[in-house]
Design a protein around this ligand. Structure first.
Ligand SMILES: [Ca+2]
Ligand SMILES: [Ca+2]
Ligand SMILES: [Ca+2]
Length: 276
């Protein structure tokens, strides 16, 4: 073969290979990316059912929901696929567990980033459960003494709520203070049963917030200057000192009220359970 022709053919062959490689690279860089995580995943539990809602993601063809009854959800957990709405009703769930969820948007490139976690508790002793800021909250199914409410909380791995911020306080009032349309007082985890007038959270102190959570004495205020306790409360009302030693959110007042009252611990109210 002519040596010059041979070199020309080899050169053309190399050029063809180079061109093909370049085409492949361009296809990769222009492919559609997977989608970002849906915001505001929320879980509400009651009556063996958990209802989940989230913000829709532009470009999603469906959503995949991952769940388990232990925390630490990732894409190896049980998946519910092909959800075409931005909500899901999870039916026929067993009582006695806390259920954890994350959701991801799906497009032609696959499953996107998983959302933050939402959770709800189902228990025979609980009538409703909601998530806020990474904590699970639940309302006891009936009224009971403070001690019984604390026992019900421990039975699901929680405690009667510690109110760390005004936002948490108001959120709890709005979610549970008139749950099911009935205004009710709600046991929280505040006590002055050891030394009259010395209020503390029975579940322990909170560090790292400048003492905001732990200051629950009479006259205590949130950082915005609003009072934690209702007007003239706590008043240890009743015959003799130490009569009212357990804290509540006082939602039963005719005027909407998220602030607190002290009641006799033997009183019968609903409890707000908090689970970390
Ligand atoms: Ca709390
Ligand atoms: Ca008292
Ligand atoms: Ca009182």
């Amino acid at each position: 073969m002519n040596k010059v022709l041979y070199i020309i053919l080899i050169s053309l062959f190399s050029l063809t290979i180079f061109s093909c490689a370049k085409d492949t690279d361009e296809k990769t860089t222009t492919a559609t990316a997977t989608l970002s995580a849906p915001d505001n995943l929320s879980a509400s539990g009651a009556n063996n059912t958990i209802t989940l809602t989230w913000n829709s993601v532009s470009g999603a063809t469906s959503y995949t929901l991952y769940w388990d009854n232990v925390s630490g959800i990732d894409n190896s957990d049980t998946a519910i696929t092909s959800i075409t709405n931005d909500n899901y009703t999870h039916n026929n769930m067993d009582n006695g567990s806390t259920y954890y969820y994350k959701v991801a948007a799906v497009n032609s490139s696959g499953t996107g980033t998983l959302s933050s976690v939402a959770s709800a508790i189902l228990s025979a002793n609980i009538q409703g459960s909601e998530t806020n800021e990474g904590h699970t909250y639940a309302l006891t199914s009936s009224t009971m003494s403070w001690d019984s409410a604390a026992t019900a909380a421990a039975a699901v791995g929680g405690y009667l709520a510690t109110l760390n911020t005004k936002a948490e306080n108001i959120w709890l009032y709005e979610k549970f203070g008139t749950y099911g349309g009935t205004a009710r007082d709600l046991w929280i985890g505040a006590l002055d049963n050891v030394t009259e007038g010395t209020w503390y959270w029975y579940n322990g102190t909170t560090s790292g917030d400048g003492g905001v959570s732990d200051n629950i004495s009479s006259g205590a205020k949130w950082p915005d200057g609003s009072n934690k306790w209702h007007t003239n409360e706590p008043n240890d009302y009743g015959s003799g000192s130490g009569t009212e030693n357990c804290g509540t959110i006082r939602s039963s007042l005719s005027a909407a009220e998220w602030r607190w009252n002290d009641y006799a611990c033997s009183g019968s109210y609903y409890g707000i359970i908090e689970v970390d």
